[in-house]
Design a protein around this ligand. Structure first.
Ligand code: F3S
Length: 405
């Protein structure tokens, strides 16, 4: 593959050990996928931040890259960590875990990475433009960046995203290229999603992502879908849909007619599947495995809550007391905003807790709870697969009602 003089210098070790390692990772990837050259990236989002997932080998790799002089060359932010960096103790995280997680974050900070630990970087300052090349790793954020914004990124792993941060480039293959962004399957949505209420969107669009995933054959290369039949969807609905489609269909890109920016310039594919009320209801039913009485843990914010969702929570919780452990997961800058607006105090007075910088999937809570209630299709999947929890899926407002019972 063609490398510029600067890139060759990085590969030869002229810019330090960590940069050489980073360039080796990217050249290896580019060679495997047949990339002809590197592309400059404007931003990076690194996943694999929780010590619960990384363990000692992962931490060691990060420390070696930091000690080897690695420095981020472009705006780089992090996915959620395994704990709230400030309030870990009140959320029941052990001091041993906190110390290891702290060392992970210190290694990233040493490399000039912004330790805003969130899966919604586009809400808190890492907002790319249409057509920009990125190296993002968190699956729901990748799907959002490619589809909703029209930026271009592959679904990076933790090491390859960090490698792009330290070199400022990524190999030109996959979703960076026009040909990989063409849709090959049309999805006609005949279920009346427009009829759903504002605060049902996260549930219903999450179910839509699962319903589509359930109709696709297992494949390492899922089709890029061209979705028709929807006239409106909120930011929160899109956030939930991206997380669900990435989880259940393995998708990194979709086009939605009249909604996403590239859809208007593309021809709908001839192959069609239909998603009606039946498919949607089947998807919804399949995500619930727990009865309401079994629920002992409630969480909203997968992906991380928007400020609008936090305002809704304050409205629903004002003057009330929650009866179960209830985590609200969001990015720290969003929490700052909620503090300023007086929303955090109303919410915390109810007994609900903010779990900032983290989430109910990446925190080390296996064995602590039995059944989770959530509005998130993605959380349902990972709560079961990673933590062995049963799940109850409901609309945003109904999840809050569940906490108050
Ligand atoms: Fe974000 Fe955790 Fe869900 S990383 S998308 S809140 S599983």
């Amino acid at each position: 593959m063609f490398l510029t003089a600067e890139e060759q210098d990085m590969l030869a070790g002229g810019q330090g050990k960590a940069t050489r390692k980073a360039m080796q990772i990217l050249v290896a990837l580019g060679t495997i996928y047949g990339a002809e050259r590197m592309l400059p990236v404007t931003s990076v989002q690194v996943a694999g931040v929780s010590y619960d997932n990384l363990g000692e080998p992962g931490l060691q790799f990060l420390q070696e890259m930091a000690e080897g002089g690695g420095q981020a060359r472009v705006l780089t932010t992090l996915n959620p960590a395994g704990m709230d960096v400030d309030a870990w103790e009140t959320l029941g995280i052990s001091p041993e875990f906190a110390s290891s997680q702290r060392r992970v974050l210190d290694a990233f900070a040493h490399m000039g990475v912004l330790t805003t630990c969130t899966c919604t970087p586009y809400l808190v300052g890492n907002l790319p433009h249409f057509g920009q090349h990125l190296a993002w790793a968190e699956s729901s954020a990748v799907c959002f960046a490619n589809s909703v914004i029209g930026a271009r990124t592959n679904r990076e792993g933790g090491p390859s995203a960090l490698a792009s941060a330290l070199t400022g480039c990524t190999p030109a293959y996959g979703f960076h290229l026009d040909r990989s962004r063409q849709p090959s399957l049309c999805v006609e949505v005949t279920a009346g999603l427009e009829a759903c209420g504002e605060w049902e969107e996260s549930l219903v669009f999450g179910a839509l992502g699962k319903a589509i995933g359930d109709r696709l054959p297992e494949s390492a290369h899922p089709p890029v879908t061209f979705i028709r039949g929807l006239s409106r969807v909120s930011l929160e609905g899109l956030k939930a849909f991206c997380a669900s489609l990435a989880t259940y269909a393995g998708a990194a890109l979709f086009h939605m007619e009249g909604i996403t920016p590239e859809a208007g310039s593309l021809k709908p594919p001839a192959a069609v599947i239909q998603i009606g009320e039946r498919e949607l209801n089947l998807a919804l039913d399949s995500m619930t495995s727990a009865a309401a009485e079994e629920v002992d843990f409630i969480s909203l914010g997968c992906p991380h809550l928007t400020i609008r969702e936090i305002a809704r929570l304050a409205e629903l919780l004002a003057g009330k007391r929650v009866k179960k452990e209830f985590w609200l997961t969001t990015a720290r800058p969003t929490k700052f905003l909620a503090d300023r607006m007086g929303l955090s105090r109303i919410i915390e007075d109810s007994g609900a807790r903010f779990a900032v910088d983290t989430c109910c999937v990446v925190a080390p809570i296996q064995g602590r709870f039995h059944a989770l209630a959530t509005d998130s299709a993605k959380a349902c999947y990972y709560a079961g697969a990673k933590n062995g929890f049963k799940t109850l899926v409901k609309s945003f407002d109904d999840v809050v009602r569940e906490a108050l019972q």
